[in-house]
Design a binder for this molecule. Structure first.
Ligand code: PHE
Length: 377
């Protein structure tokens, strides 16, 4: 926009202007230029730039005329340049002021027209995300346990073998380690301890009891890792919620009552529960908790008349492992096994989500396909 072609940087003599009679045509050109620009100035921001271009103290057009045309002008030319400059200044100042008032009072119609908002135009669409199904199921489970006095804690996904195994009563050559054949980190030689991706959330039982004296009531939602080959029911990463309650008077009844309360809250009051003997090194006795098949209602037969494919006719579905905390574990955390008792459980969240929401392939939980995710807004 700067009118450099108007010869503002050079004295008039350099432009070949030597006679007073040649001066008015120069000012006329400037004025035409001014009018042209003036037409395009409507918004306040444009107006400010325009004002500075013409009236700016150091490099505005009028300042340049004063410095480059008027000051070095010969005595013959000075009067004509002075007159032209005064006239131009008066014009520029009054026009600029006039436009300022118009912009301020909103009467500049072209500006109004340009800033007009067309309310019928479609807006900018910003899709709103939602929590992943796994996160939603975590939340459902947390709400149920928090309502009966449990707190939610989280722990590291990278663990030492001590927390993942030893302190849970799984010594180095214990056969159950085979089930947990897992990912060890590649550490530099001389590292103080090997590290692995935790294979279950149970290490948090130990970490919690190390930090807190009984009573303890926590659940631990989180990711766990095992060297499993992916198929419809296996994934090398999955989710668990660990539970631990330890106090001076916790019995097997408290344990089954709590678990049953949870299962009915989660799957509905119609379901039946049962437990079967099982084995975990860190619980004694250990159980496997089952729920009556939510697909066939426990009958074992599908609506079509054939065998229910989900429970394979058994009428029961295996839910999760649990048990009374093995007294040996208390030894690792300086609890007095003669004074305290408690229970622990560890449930696979992906499995619970698949059962409750009738998903038949665990992989869809990790693929982040929006066609799947949108079904759980
Ligand atoms: N940590 C066990 C697993 O991942 C589950 C479990 C937790 C069993 C707590 C008993 C008590 O298989």
């Amino acid at each position: 926009m700067q009118p450099t072609d108007l010869g503002l940087e050079r004295p008039l003599a350099a432009l070949g202007v030597t006679e007073p009679g040649q001066v008015p045509v120069r000012f006329a050109a400037l004025r035409t230029h001014f009018e042209g620009q003036f037409q395009t100035v409507h918004a306040e921001s444009e107006w400010k730039i325009f004002r500075d271009q013409w009236l700016g103290r150091k490099s505005g057009v009028l300042a340049q005329i004063t410095d480059n045309w008027l000051k070095p002008a010969s005595p013959e030319l000075k009067r004509a340049v002075g007159a032209g400059l005064n006239e131009l200044r008066a014009h520029v100042e009054s026009k600029i002021e006039e436009r300022r008032l118009a912009i301020e009072s909103g009467s500049d119609q072209s500006a109004l027209a340009r800033e007009h908002v067309d309310l019928s135009l479609p807006g900018v669409h910003r899709p709103i995300g939602s929590h992943h199904l796994i996160r939603q199921v975590f939340q459902e489970i947390e709400d149920i346990f928090v309502s009966i006095g449990f707190s939610v804690v989280e722990g590291p996904e990278i663990e030492t073998p001590y927390y993942n195994f030893e302190a849970l009563n799984i010594p180095e050559f214990h056969p159950v380690r085979d089930d947990m054949d897992t990912f060890y980190l590649d550490l530099p030689k001389g590292a103080p301890s090997p590290l692995l991706l935790r294979t279950h959330t149970s290490p948090m039982q130990i970490r919690t009891m190390e930090k807190h004296k009984p009573p303890v009531r926590v659940i631990v939602p989180g990711k766990v890792y095992r060297r499993d080959n992916p198929d419809a029911t296996h994934s090398f990463i999955f989710h668990q919620v660990e539970g631990l309650a330890v106090d001076s008077d916790i019995t097997f009844c408290d344990f089954t009552g709590t678990i049953e309360y949870f299962v009915k809250q989660f799957f509905g009051h119609g379901v039946k529960t049962r437990f079967r003997p099982s084995y975990f090194p860190f619980t004694e006795p250990s159980v496997e908790f089952d729920v009556s098949c939510i697909f066939c209602g426990g009958a074992g037969t599908a609506t079509s008349g054939g065998t229910c494919s989900k429970c394979k006719g058994a009428g029961w579905i295996e839910l999760f492992g649990a048990g009374m905390v093995d007294p040996a574990v208390y030894g690792f955390v300086n609890y007095d096994a003669k004074k305290v008792s408690g229970f622990a459980f560890g449930m696979g969240i992906d499995r619970l989500a698949m059962l409750k929401y009738q998903i038949d392939d665990i992989q869809v939980l990790f693929q982040n396909d929006v066609r799947f995710l949108r079904q759980f807004p």
